[in-house]
Design a protein around this ligand. Structure first.
Ligand code: GYE
Length: 325
């Protein structure tokens, strides 16, 4: 009797296992339209590759990739073409925060969910998209400011009285990371009355503009103690300008960037840059996960944050071999 029960139990377990394995419906193939902003930095290239690889590795997705080449009107056109093609989902990085309201409304009216990746739209349009995945740019600016405070203290360079002149290279005007990284840094600046941003201008997140703007800053006034660049790419361009002006980057001028690209690690290790706040571009796997969940009918969280660190002379060398971008 006992044995019979055991056999029955085993058979039913096997049946359940077999039927769910054999008859579970494969996920419906989803077509995802990805509107990327361009290829202005090493960060952006790594981000594009991460997204493309993650979707290409999953045969239940077809990714349509569109590169806007830094033009908002190209993005709007791409979004409209995704809507016309009736894609299942739109993955969208907004070049700047505003100006996408009407096209996002069109996507909503067509019943196409929009998932933001990396750069969000402004508050007023957020009800038109489902979620945002990526970094907390305000926090990155705060991390940069906090790092500066502890570095100046460690090196005995700030007595709280003598003015510390800071120049700022801003990212693309109107973009979420440029707005938020400025705000975050300014939040820390408030606690340091002797810190002063003497010049602040956009370098468009590119190395060439970062260099040109830094050249202009130095021409106007060489009395600069700190450069805060909204990304490493601009910091790397600025390093060239500083060298050409006969100054030592990383020594005469403390240099802080954001992203954590390889070039920044190498510059830190060479003593020509001081800190990079990590902002991971490796967002592909979390994009696939979120859109799979959406397809499975799950509710996505309102924000999906990436976990990140900070690197300077104390840890950049050890981390360099494992960096993926
Ligand atoms: O920091 C910069 C890129 O949107 C977070 O864009 C991204 C920024 C990144 O060009 O390097």
């Amino acid at each position: 009797m006992k044995n019979w029960k055991k056999v029955l139990a085993l058979v039913s377990v096997l049946l359940v296992a077999f039927s769910s394995a054999a008859f579970a419906a494969p996920p419906k193939t989803w077509v995802v339209g990805f509107s990327q902003i361009g290829s202005e930095s090493e960060w952006r290239t790594a981000d594009t590759i991460s997204v493309q690889n993650a979707f290409n590795d999953d045969s239940s997705f077809i990714l349509i990739y569109s590169d806007a080449q830094q033009k908002q009107e190209n993005q709007i056109k791409a979004l409209r073409s995704f809507i016309a093609r009736k894609v299942d989902c739109i993955l969208f990085t907004a070049l700047v925060e505003t100006g996408y309201g009407p096209v996002l409304q069109e996507a909503k009216d067509a019943g196409i969910p929009v998932v933001m990746i990396d750069r969000d739209v402004a508050e007023a349009d957020r009800h038109l998209r489902l979620t945002i995945m990526g970094s907390d740019f305000v926090k990155e600016g705060e991390k940069a400011g906090n790092w500066l405070a502890s570095y100046l203290k460690k090196k005995g360079l700030d007595d709280g009285k003598k003015q510390i002149n800071i120049v700022e290279l801003q990212g693309t005007t109107g973009s979420a990371p440029a707005i938020d990284r400025k705000v975050g840094f300014a939040n820390i600046l408030k606690d340091h009355p002797n810190w002063k941003i003497t010049r602040s201008q956009t370098g468009n997140f590119t190395s060439s503009e970062g260099k040109a703007v830094m050249e202009a800053f130095l021409k106007a006034d060489k009395n600069i103690q700190v450069l805060y660049a909204h990304n490493d790419q601009m910091a790397l361009g600025a390093i060239q300008a500083i060298k050409e002006a006969g100054l030592k980057p990383g020594k005469d001028i403390i240099i802080i960037g954001v992203d954590g690209v390889k070039g920044a690690f190498e510059a830190i290790v060479a003593g020509e840059m001081n800190c990079t706040v990590e902002c991971s571009p490796l967002l592909g796997p979390q994009a696939v996960q979120a859109i799979s969940d959406l397809r499975d009918g799950l509710k996505l969280p309102a924000r999906i944050y990436t976990i990140e660190g900070l690197f300077d002379e104390t840890n950049a060398l050890a981390a360099l071999p494992t960096r993926q971008y």
